[in-house]
Design a protein around this ligand. Structure first.
Ligand code: NAI
Ligand code: MG
Length: 492
């Protein structure tokens, strides 16, 4: 079936939707049906260079970095209101492209708007410091935009990850070349149709579709790019550090995790079980902060596991466009094969309580579905407990006491997120302080408030997104030392 070409199946370079300069077309697939829903050009090396040149020129030679903060704020607020107006359309497109349940897409799109609103308000609050220095001089610490940012994002939350990166960059006065994941470019390109209406000048945000090794790597190495922001796998994070080394770029990396959720025996039982399931099965488990290691205190271990399994049996798997669906397909056949591989590895490493395969039946035949899967009596050294699976596969691990829980929780190379469930505030705070993770939830899970910092410890990366911390990644500090002493300058 030929898909009609719409502006959003092209690249955005210097304010114009353009065909690729010689690149090939990529088929974009609905993972629930394998239907081709769009064709999007892979950017050629020349396209990447033109996008970077547009961002560079807009930063260096046009008015953008000197646009009044109130104006940048207004653009972001207008963009937020356009996202809200288009929320049904954007949510449906997100579900068609990722497979995620429509209810979750609607939540994402509302968060996208909130993110633009937050940074819209913050634009007028960027200010530096006056620093006391000797000799009656005056030192200023000015905060200035870093320049051209390359932003490389994953496929699990396509528009939300775009917003987390675009909003602070625009707020700071940077210019951007955004590269969506090759699987999921549609919502970012659809959003771009609202840029002009929002008043965003041409060249501030450019979008190049295409794969990592060509398009992404070229952006990372480009001499005219000042900063790279990346969300994705640790392997690519390492490649980005290498690729950015020659030009000594600033980088920020968010690289996923193997996040522990610790359930003490005194936790509210029903909430804890629901939290454990939501933490690992949200978005089919394709979540960087997924609570994929579920640590349960021995006295409630068996009852907790049984309750999890009982509840998980009723999870409705299906096409994300169906409002009843609670779990959609995985993103691609390749990714499903990877998750299936871990289901098999797990059967040799632990005990299987639920799932472990693909759902049977006609509705599932064409899509990339897998069953929600629960392993228990998992040894934390097992591969399924150490390696990020990025699918609906839970590892339930028993523990005896607080010290053991902490030892298991921290026994990982990752450190993005963790959760603690208990009603004992003293214990909660002891545990919170000892957890080596960038985000810790208490009697809650998976919330990412726009106002609060988000990012990892250890090999989950560095740098922070969201809140004022997210803005700092796009700013640099200039010291201005002003001599206010009226005496003639003397050399010795
Ligand atoms: P990936 O890390 O390869 O892809 C993420 C983004 O990086 C995409 O836009 C991709 O085109 C780009 N990319 C890939 N290679 C690149 C390179 N050499 N230079 C510049 N950009 C490059 O992730 P992939 O292959 O889709 O998934 C593999 C695993 O990564 C998943 O199973 C999951 O464990 C993890 N992952 C973690 C995410 C997170 O939110 N932290 C998101 C997506 C994947
Ligand atoms: Mg990859």
């Amino acid at each position: 079936m030929e898909t009609p070409r719409s502006p959003d199946s092209r690249l955005l370079i210097d304010g114009a939707f353009v065909e690729s300069d010689g690149g090939t077309m990529r088929e974009i697939v609905d993972p629930a049906t394998r239907e081709v829903i769009a064709r999007v050009p892979d950017a050629s090396p020349e396209d990447v260079d033109r996008a970077v040149a547009a961002a560079r020129q807009t930063f260096d030679e046009r008015e953008w970095p000197r646009t009044p903060a109130v104006e940048r704020g207004r653009i972001l607020l207008k963009l937020a209101s356009l996202v809200r107006e288009r929320s049904a359309e954007l949510a449906e497109l997100e579900t068609r492209n990722t497979g995620k349940p429509i209810v979750e897409s609607e939540y994402d799109i509302s968060d996208v708007a909130a993110c633009f609103e937050y940074y819209g308000g913050l634009a007028t609050k960027i200010h530096g410091d006056v620093v006391p220095v000797p000799d009656g001089a005056l030192a200023l610490a000015l905060r200035e935009p870093v320049g051209v940012a390359a932003q490389i994002i994953p496929w699990n939350y396509p528009l939300l990850m775009a917003a987390w990166k675009l909003a602070p960059a625009i707020c700071a006065g940077c210019t951007v070349v955004l590269k969506p994941a090759e699987e999921t470019p549609l919502t970012a390109l659809a959003l771009a149709r609202s840029f002009e209406h929002a008043g965003l000048p041409p060249g501030v945000v450019n979008i190049v579709a295409g794969d990592g090794p060509h398009v992404g790597a070229r952006l990372v190495a480009h001499r005219d790019v000042d900063k790279v922001a990346f969300t994705g796998s640790p392997d690519v994070g390492r490649q980005i550090m290498h690729g950015a080394a020659a030009t000594l770029k600033k980088i920020s990396l968010e690289l996923g995790g193997k996040s522990p959720s610790i359930f003490f025996a005194d936790a509210d039982f029903e909430s804890a079980v629901a939290g454990a399931l939501f933490g690992v099965f949200l978005n089919q488990g394709e979540v960087c902060s997924a609570g994929s290691r579920i640590l349960v205190e021995r006295p409630i271990y068996r009852r907790f596991l049984d309750a999890m399994v009982e509840k998980a049996r009723s999870i409705r798997i299906g096409n994300g466009l169906d409002r009843e669906t609670q779990m959609g397909p995985l993103i691609t056949e390749t990714h499903r094969a990877r998750v299936r591989g871990y289901q098999e590895i797990g059967k040799g490493e632990a005990r299987l309580a639920l799932g472990g395969g693909v759902p049977a039946g006609e509705p599932f035949a064409r899509g990339y579905f897998v069953e929600p899967t629960i392993f228990y009596d998992v040894d934390n050294r097992a591969r399924i407990a150490q390696e990020e699976i990025f699918g609906p596969v839970a590892c339930v691990i028993p523990f005896d006491g607080e010290a053991a829980a902490l030892q298991i929780a921290n026994d990982t190379h990752y450190g993005l997120a963790a959760a603690v469930w208990s009603r004992d505030i003293f214990r909660v705070m002891r545990v919170v302080r000892s957890l080596r993770a960038g985000v810790v939830w208490v009697n809650q899970t998976q919330v990412s408030a726009i106002e609060a910092p988000w990012g990892g410890y250890k090999q989950s990366g560095f740098g922070r997104e969201l809140g004022r911390w997210g803005l700092d990644e796009y700013l640099q500090v200039k010291q201005v030392y002003i001599n206010v002493d009226d005496q003639p300058f003397k050399w010795y």
